[in-house]
Design a protein around this ligand. Structure first.
Ligand code: CMP
Length: 139
C-alpha cells in the first residue's frame, strides 16, 4: 500500500553533519521525499509533538534534547513506507539496532538516537499534519 510517514533528523545527527547521508538511506531504498524543511523546535512544540510520552521519566530530557539545535523534518512516501522506514532506522536503542541501520551508524544513545519515524498510519497522519499543510506535500 502506498503510504506516507514523518521522519525527523534529530539535533544530534544534524550536529554530526550527516543530513545527506541519512537522506541517502531513504532515497537509495526507493523512498521518495515529498516534503522537507530544517527548523528549530520551540519547547512548546517539542512537548506537544511528544505529548504521548508526557508521563515517561525521559519526557523532560527528551524535549530539552529535541530543542537543543535544529532538526530536519521530512515526509517520506512509498510502498509500506511506515514499516520500511522503521526497519531502515533500526531499534530505538542504538545498542540494539541491527548493523547498517541509521541508528546503529549515527545514533549516540537511546535518547539521542538520530532519527524519529511515525509508528502507525494514524500517528503518521497526525505527525505529518503537525509540520506540513496539504499543499506543502509535493508527490
Ligand atoms: P522516538 O522514536 O523519537 O520516540 C520517542 C523518543 O524518546 C525516542 O525516539 C528517544 O529519543 C526517546 N526515548 C525512548 N526511550 C528512552 C529512554 N529509555 N530514555 C531516554 N529517551 C528515550
Amino acid at each position: 500500500m502506498m503510504e506516507r510517514t514523518l521522519s525527523i533528523i534529530k539535533p544530534d545527527a544534524v550536529k554530526k553533519n550527516v543530513i545527506g547521508k541519512i537522506v541517502d538511506r531513504f532515497e537509495s531504498q526507493g523512498i521518495r521525499i515529498v516534503a522537507m524543511k530544517k527548523l528549530q523546535l520551540s519547547l512548546e512544540e517539542a512537548k506537544a509533538f511528544y505529548a504521548v510520552h508526557k508521563e515517561r521519566p525521559f519526557y523532560e530530557s527528551l524535549t530539552q534534547f529535541m530543542t537543543s539545535g535544529p532538526v530536519v523534518v521530512m515526509v517520506l512516501e512509498g510502498e509500506g513506507v511506515i514499516a520500511k522506514n522503521r526497519a531502515i532506522m533500526g531499534a530505538t536503542n542504538p545498542a540494539q539496532a541491527d548493523p547498517g541501520t541509521i541508528r546503529a551508524d549515527f545514533a549516540s544513545n537511546v535518547e539521542q538516537n538520530a532519527v524519529h519515524g511515525s509508528d502507525a498510519p494514524e500517528t503518521a497522519a497526525q505527525e505529518i499534519a503537525f509540520f506540513f499543510s496539504g499543499r506543502q506535500l509535493i508527490g
